[in-house]
Write a protein that binds this ligand. Structure first.
Ligand SMILES: [Mg+2]
Length: 122
C-alpha cells in the first residue's frame, strides 16, 4: 500500500453493520469516513473518498438516488461504489450494477467478504 492511506466512505444507517464495516476496514489500514443517512453521505462525498460503500435503503436520500447522482457527476467518474444489499432483496443486486455500482456486498456483511470486495478496487 502507498504511504497515503486510502479513504473509504461508508453510507449505512444500520449502526451494527456500520460498526462491522468500520472495525474490519480500520484493521486493514484504511481511513474511514462514516455517514448515517443519505444526506450525510452526499455531504461527505466532498471529502473525496477513494471508494464508497453504499447501503441502498437509507433515510432522507436513498442509496439509489445517491448512485444516480454519483454517476451523473464527471468528477466521480472513476469512483468505485460497492452497494450493500439486504439478504432478501436479490433483485436489488442486478439493479445496483445496472445503475452504476461496481459491485455489491450482501448484508449482514462478513469481514472476510468486505475485505475481499474492497481489495478488488483499492
Ligand atoms: Mg439501511
Amino acid at each position: 500500500m502507498s504511504n497515503k492511506r486510502k479513504k473509504i466512505l461508508v453510507i449505512e444507517d444500520n449502526p451494527l453493520n456500520r460498526e462491522i464495516v468500520e472495525v474490519t476496514l480500520k484493521k486493514e489500514g484504511y481511513n474511514l469516513v462514516l455517514a448515517v443517512d443519505g444526506e450525510d453521505g452526499l455531504q461527505k462525498l466532498e471529502e473525496s473518498p477513494d471508494l464508497v460503500l453504499l447501503d441502498l435503503s437509507l433515510p432522507k436520500i436513498s442509496g439509489w438516488d445517491i448512485i444516480k447522482k454519483i454517476r451523473k457527476d464527471k468528477k466521480y467518474k472513476n469512483l468505485p461504489v460497492i452497494a450493500l444489499t439486504a439478504h432478501a432483496m436479490v433483485g436489488d443486486r442486478e439493479k445496483a450494477i445496472k445503475m452504476g455500482c461496481n459491485a455489491y456486498l450482501p448484508k449482514p456483511c462478513l469481514p472476510k467478504n468486505i475485505i475481499e470486495k474492497v481489495k478488488n478496487f483499492i
